[in-house]
Design a binder for this molecule. Structure first.
Ligand SMILES: Nc1ncnc2c1ncn2[C@@H]1O[C@H](COP(=O)(O)OP(=O)(O)OP(=O)(O)O)[C@@H](O)[C@H]1O
Length: 366
């Protein structure tokens, strides 16, 4: 695994024992993320409500999961996205309801707050909660009791509250869209997640983790390999969609470059923007400067180069060589598939099939 040592990191205190657990949930070793993880470890064991703030896709839900796991609370982590549930349904979703409480309530239903008993209630997009419900939530936080919709008895509840928003809650308070008293109740411990561009050093680690997760789910999958240039290109990107955008980039790479080496150009042309070249159209194949004529390595030279290696992914390696040679032949042929096929002594249709299979692009770095 690549190490991303940052000299400033030495100013950060060592992480407590829950750090390993938090690391498993949130990959990232950059200074801003180490600070975030330190805060999570410190606050997790307390009862303090935590307000996670950060732009969309920065991993607020992941932070809530890390907080819950590190808290050691035995109950479940129950997440509710206040923006995704229509306002009129949100109350019964949170508080539950008794049979006959309203039309369609044909049986009693336990709400999410009760489900979080002994665990953590994660209210995502709390800034989208209607004002009337904000008042009810405030009462629950003060009394630690709830009443199901249509019910008369109070039920004691014990949960840890974690909230999140991508909005500026202080501004919402000033505009009268969010209750001041609730704001102070939930904002006991603010946790600000940095944008991905501020922790670009974490990108290789995050990508690795995402690829590992993917391979764990689909062991037969062929993962792409990002070379150093590709990682540099990813680090230089602005990432307006943060880690969610990075996840999308990887999803594209899994489709376009299975088992292949991904270069800086692939990142620029095919991953950060989705350009699918038409391998049959010579016009789509921009001419590239022909490479210097040079001999190919003899099989003996491969033997020497590989003798010191413990193992080798033969299929992946041969595929990379095949792709490199096809790209090179195309460049030498000014993008003409017919001429490139001649150079490679392949049938034109065979070459086109290979270009489709490997998503070979219109120009190459030779
Ligand atoms: N550090 C990370 N490592 C790996 N994956 C991550 C990381 N942070 C976020 N993700 C992934 O990115 C996606 C977005 O994360 P999450 O849903 O937690 O973001 P969010 O800040 O809650 O977004 P939104 O505000 O849009 O709800 C998820 O698929 C999540 O698993």
């Amino acid at each position: 695994m690549t190490s991303h040592f940052l000299p400033e990191a030495s100013f950060v205190r060592p992480l407590p024992p829950s750090a390993g657990l938090i690391d498993r949930v949130i990959p990232g070793d950059s200074l801003p993320m180490r600070r975030v993880k330190q805060l999570i470890a410190a606050v997790a064991v307390s009862e303090a409500p935590v307000l996670v703030q950060g732009a969309t896709g920065t991993g607020k839900e992941l932070a809530a999961e890390a907080l819950h796991r590190a808290s050691g609370r035995e109950g479940a982590l129950i997440a509710v996205n206040c923006a995704a549930i229509p306002a009129e349904l949100l109350e019964s979703e949170l508080f539950g309801h008794e049979k006959g409480a309203f039309t369609g309530a044909d049986r009693q239903r336990i709400g999410r707050i009760e489900m979080a008993q002994g665990g953590t209630l994660f209210l995502d997009e709390i800034g989208d909660m209607p004002l009337a419900l904000q008042a009810k939530l405030l009462r629950v936080l003060e009394s630690r009791r709830i009443t199901r919709v249509g019910g008369s008895s109070e039920i004691e509840v014990d949960f840890r509250l974690v909230t999140a928003t991508h909005r500026d809650l202080a501004r919402q308070v000033a505009a009268g869209d969010f209750r001041t008293d609730l704001y102070y109740r939930i904002n006991v411990f603010p946790l600000d997640l940095p944008d991905l561009r501020e922790r670009a050093a974490d990108i290789p680690l995050i990508l690795n983790r995402m690829i590992e997760d993917h391979l764990a789910r689909s062991p037969a999958a062929d993962a792409p390999h990002f070379d150093a240039g590709a990682l540099r290109e990813l680090s230089a990107h602005d990432w307006p969609g943060n880690v969610r955008e990075l996840r999308n980039v990887l999803a594209r790479a899994l489709v376009l470059f299975p088992g292949r080496m991904v270069s800086a150009r692939h990142v620029r042309e095919n991953l950060l923007q989705l350009a699918m070249p038409d391998p049959e159209s010579a016009a789509d194949l921009a001419p590239a400067a022909p490479p210097e004529a040079q001999g190919l390595p003899e099989p003996r030279q491969f033997q020497e180069a590989l003798s010191a290696r413990a193992d080798l992914d033969l299929r992946g390696y041969l595929r990379d060589i095949e792709v490199a040679l096809i790209e090179c032949a195309l460049a030498r042929s000014d993008g003409s598939v017919t001429r490139a096929a001649d150079v490679l002594r392949l049938r034109r249709t065979t070459l086109i099939e290979k270009m489709k299979k490997f998503v070979i692009l219109r120009c190459c770095e030779v």
